[in-house]
Design a binder for this molecule. Structure first.
Ligand code: ASP
Ligand code: MG
Length: 401
C-alpha cells in the first residue's frame, strides 16, 4: 500500500492493444491497494508526425505554436488510457500538464519544471481515482502550454514522484531494463539489477536511450529511486539509485555515440588566452564541447582538437574560422566520421588498470584511438565511425564476457 508513479513511453501506448495492456498493468497495481499516478507520452511516433505536419506548413513556425501543437499528442494518449481504465471498471481521470499543476519556465520547446501545485492531484487521489497525467508539458506564466524538450515525459514522472513523495517511480519502456550494452547489437549484454544515478547519467548522456538524462538529474537531486522495466514482459527491471552494492561489476556499461564531430584548430599561437578565446566563442553560442586535446607547443604554435555534437559541427566550424583569422592561426578542420565509445562504472574509481584493459580490447580488434578522455567513472575514446560497433563488442567481451 502506497503511492506509485508509473510512466509509459510512446511505444508502450502505440495502439489500442498496447493501451489496454497498460490499463491492465495500472489497474493491477491499483488492485493491490496502491494509489496510482500514471504519466504517459504521445502514442508511437505522434510527436515526430506532428512536427512533420508543422514543417509542411511553416518550417519557421514559432516555438509557442510548436508547443501548442506538440502538447496535443499527450492529450490523445491520456484520454485513451483513461477510457481503457474505465472499460476495466476502475475510477480514473485524465489531466493535462496544467491541470496536474505543472508550472514551468517560459522557454517554449525546452521549459523547465518550476514546481507542481499538487492540490488537484491530491484531491483526485483522495477520491481513490487513478490519475493519468500528460507528460512532457506544463503551463508558463503567460498561461501558455510549454513542452519540456524531447523525451521529457520521464522528467514529468520523476517530478510528480518527488512532489507527492511517492513510494516508487516506475519507468516502463520497451526494453527490460538497463543493459551493459545495447542488447540488440550485443547478444550477451547483461541486464543490471541496480545502477547508480551517476552511472546512469553518464550512460544516458552517451546515448543509451533508456532514460532521459534530465530525469536522472532530477531523480538524483530529489533522491527519487527509479525502476526501469518493460511494459511488455512482466519482470523486475533495473533500479536506479544513489548507492548500489559494492560487489558489483567493474563496468556497468559500454556505450557508443555516433552523433559527434571532431574539430581541429591547427597552428595556433602558443600563448596564454588562446583556449579561453576559442571556447568562450563556442560557449556564447551554447555549443557544448566534450573531449579536448591540446598538443605540446612547438616552434611557437600548438594545435587544439575537440568534439562537439554533430549537429552543431558546422556552426562551430564557422565560429572557429573567425577565431583563427583573428588570432593568426593556420587552419580549421572537421571530421564527422567519428564515434565516441565509452565505458562507465563506479567501480573504476578504486581499481587500477581499467583504461589499459579497454585499450587492450581495442588493440585486439585493430582499432586506432584518436582521442581519449577520462573522468572518475568513465573512459571515452574517439575512433573512426566505421569501427564503433566492433569496438563496443570487443570492449564488452573483455569486461563482461
Ligand atoms: N512525446 C514526447 C517526445 O516524443 C515526450 C516523450 O516521449 O517523453 O519527445
Ligand atoms: Mg515520444
Amino acid at each position: 500500500m502506497g503511492l506509485i508513479v508509473q510512466k509509459f513511453g510512446g511505444t508502450s501506448v502505440a495502439d489500442a492493444e498496447r493501451v489496454m495492456n497498460v490499463a491492465r498493468i495500472v489497474t493491477d497495481t491499483y488492485k493491490q491497494g496502491n494509489n496510482v499516478v500514471v504519466v504517459v507520452s504521445a502514442q508511437g511516433d505522434t510527436t515526430d508526425d506532428l512536427i512533420e505536419k508543422a514543417k509542411e506548413i511553416n518550417p519557421n513556425a514559432s516555438k509557442r505554436e510548436m508547443d501548442m501543437l506538440m502538447t496535443a499528442g499527450e492529450q490523445i494518449s491520456i484520454s485513451l488510457l483513461a477510457m481503457a481504465i474505465q472499460k476495466l471498471g476502475f475510477p480514473v481521470i485524465s489531466l493535462l500538464g496544467w491541470q496536474a499543476g505543472f508550472v514551468t519556465s517560459s522557454v517554449y520547446g525546452s521549459a523547465r519544471i518550476r514546481r507542481i501545485e499538487t492540490e488537484r492531484l491530491q484531491n483526485e487521489l483522495d477520491q481513490n481515482k487513478i490519475v493519468v497525467v500528460a507528460g512532457f508539458q506544463g503551463l508558463n506564466k503567460y498561461d501558455d502550454m510549454t513542452t519540456l524538450g524531447r523525451g521529457g515525459s520521464d522528467t514529468s514522472a520523476v517530478a510528480i514522484a518527488s512532489a507527492l513523495h511517492a513510494d516508487k517511480c516506475q519507468i516502463f519502456t520497451d526494453v527490460e531494463g538497463v543493459y551493459t550494452a545495447d542488447p540488440r547489437k550485443i547478444p550477451n549484454a547483461v541486464k543490471l539489477e541496480e545502477i547508480t544515478y551517476d552511472e546512469m547519467l553518464e550512460l544516458a548522456t552517451l546515448g543509451a536511450q533508456v532514460l532521459n538524462n534530465r530525469s536522472v538529474e532530477m531523480a538524483k537531486k530529489y533522491n527519487v529511486e527509479l525502476e526501469v522495466l518493460s511494459s511488455l514482459v512482466r519482470k523486475p527491471g533495473t533500479i536506479v539509485k544513489e548507492n548500489v552494492n559494492m560487489e558489483k561489476m567493474l563496468i556497468s556499461g559500454v556505450a557508443k555515440d555516433t552523433q559527434v564531430a571532431r574539430i581541429s584548430l591547427v597552428g595556433l599561437p602558443d600563448e596564454p588566452g588562446i583556449a579561453f578565446q576559442a571556447f568562450s566563442r563556442l560557449a556564447a553560442k551554447n555549443i557544448n564541447v566534450d573531449i579536448i586535446l591540446q598538443s605540446i607547443g612547438r616552434d611557437g604554435t600548438k594545435d587544439i582538437s575537440f568534439t562537439v555534437a554533430k549537429d552543431s559541427g558546422d556552426e562551430a566550424v564557422a565560429l572557429m574560422k573567425d577565431f583563427i583569422k583573428s588570432c593568426g592561426g593556420k587552419d580549421v578542420a572537421i571530421d564527422k566520421d567519428v564515434a565516441k565509445v565509452s565505458i562507465v562504472g563506479a567501480g573504476m574509481e578504486t581499481h587500477a588498470g581499467v583504461a589499459a584493459k579497454m585499450f587492450e580490447a581495442l588493440y585486439g580488434a585493430h582499432i586506432n584511438i584518436r582521442m581519449i578522455a577520462t573522468s572518475e567513472i568513465k573512459i571515452s575514446v574517439l575512433i573512426n565511425a566505421e569501427d564503433a560497433d566492433a569496438a563496443v563488442a570487443a570492449i564488452h567481451d573483455k569486461f563482461i564476457g
